[in-house]
Design a protein around this ligand. Sequence first.
Ligand code: GN1
Ligand code: MG
Length: 376
Amino acid sequence: MPAPSQPELIAIAEAFHGGGSVHAVQPLGNGNVNDTYLVQSVDGPSVLQRINTQVFTEPQLVIQNLQVLGEHIERKLQEGGAHPLLQQRRWQLPQVVCTKKEGKAWHCCTAGGVWRTITYVPDSHCVDVVEGADQARELGLGLGLFHLLISDLAPSALADTLEGFHITPGYLAAYHRTLVKTDRQPSAGSDRCMAFIREREVLCDLLERAKQRGELPLRPIHGDPKINNVLLDRHTGEAVALIDLDTVKPGLVHYDIGDCLRSCCNPLGEETDAIDAVHFDLKLAEAVLEGYLGVAGCFLTEAELRYIPDAAQLISFELGLRFFSDYLQGNTYFKANHPDHNLQRALVQFQLTASIESQMPALRHLVERHAAPASV
Ligand code: GN1
Ligand code: MG
């Protein structure tokens, strides 16, 4: 769907803030799926998003989850006691802003598209590429606090907004279906991806099998806690919020911790074109795990802890598989700046996967070292 013009954007934003109240609407962030804008209005700054309804086919469920989550976290924060750290730092959750006239949580504009507004977390920023170990510790800690705050929310309270999300065997099956009908010309990059996938097919169902055996429990998860979805305080650098809550749903914590590790421990970031230099940095991984397990280690089971290193490998591989499948399909899912963009992104994730694989014993050792004593 094309980007709306500025007057159209202002009219959409005014559905939430009132006629004549919006000063400016400008693009925000680098999301690969939804369109996101920063709105300046008489109510202060807010975040306006057009939900990609090709991906999220039931956007009202996305917003419903956001409300369930918001109420739960708000209650936990008010009760206090979830974690001593929460007494010492701010922690915020973007709130749903309803439309001015009908009081609805979303707005359908005349040109099509489902829009929603959430509050802006002030004095915060995010990074696309990690800037050091202290920051990595905060990124891990932010995910840990989020998991801790929702650890007593029943997974059944959340709708499944994106069926099959992070079910790696499902992505593998979709890849095979795409492979037989793609009209992409063979290239060195595609050959490299295909060979990489072929060698790892057997690993794809590792987490799903553990889930089916009852070894790993379903919990409420974020679904997409990559590096730039953790907001950091602009002055202290402390994690203050997790944003991009569309994929909050029942799942394995491994999808989250895997996504956090793959995105925070890749010093070149997922958009680099220096494929051969991509690597997984163990020092950063240690910092992420220290931050994450320092708050979340206490409620994770021994089996959950044990699968964390596998999750880092599998979620990197899975994202590579998703990017490559989308490249073969003609870039219909992830926004792409050029025709080979998703091929390049796939190669980055596969290089990262290989780097994780080569450091697996050390990564396992780090998880053991930083797991809370009470839960091992
Ligand atoms: C997508 O849209 P964005 O950038 O928040 C994707 C994630 C990927 C990520 C990779 C719903 O997230 O799963 O990890 O790109 N979101 C969805 O950058 O597929
Ligand atoms: Mg997202």
